[in-house]
Design a protein around this ligand. Structure first.
Ligand code: CTP
Length: 141
């Protein structure tokens, strides 16, 4: 018998830097895909990371995008030049946007919740994987 798997959302979106791909990134993508039929991932461009984080990534945007494309939970990858999620929504028309719950309570995300509500888009906070981050990996290396 074929299993019918009905997901809560049709199109899901998540955006991040995803430098030095690690298990926290993996868990986030797996959880996100469990809630949507199609998962689109926005990779923050090298220029965007330089501007807002004042950091240089270890891996170039093309490398980060290539690794992301190989993850089975990910259906489409784009490289993005803005943190503005309404801008992303206008291009992609997602039903939900996923982000780790380390961002819950953050001012920019509280505003994003309000902005996206107008378009009926849910902001879904997924459990952050504690004990790992790109920053930690860089320090240990
Ligand atoms: N994330 C997560 N668990 C982790 C690390 C990241 O769930 N241990 C999530 C973030 O909440 C975000 C996405 O993965 O939704 C991309 O995060 P990113 O900033 O690229 O990864 P970090 O490892 O947090 O990077 P940094 O240390 O540079 O902040």
């Amino acid at each position: 018998m074929e299993m019918i798997n009905i997901k809560k959302y049709k199109i899901g979106y998540t955006q991040g830097t995803f430098d030095l791909f690690h298990i926290g990134h993996f868990n986030l993508l797996k959880n996100a895909k469990s809630q949507c039929e199609k998962l689109i991932v926005g990779i923050n461009s090298d220029q965007l990371v330089a501007e807002y984080k004042n950091k240089i990534t270890c891996m170039k945007e093309q490398e980060r995008a290539q690794i992301m494309e190989a993850i089975k939970y990910v259906d489409e990858v784009i490289i993005v030049n803005t943190l503005d999620k309404v801008d992303a929504y206008k291009k992609i028309k997602f039903d939900a946007i996923f982000i780790g719950d380390d961002w819950k309570g953050n001012e920019r995300w509280a505003q994003t919740e309000k902005d996206l509500k107008k378009y009926n888009v849910d902001v879904v906070y997924l459990p952050h994987t504690d004990g790992i981050s790109t920053t930690m990996l860089k320090k240990e290396l």
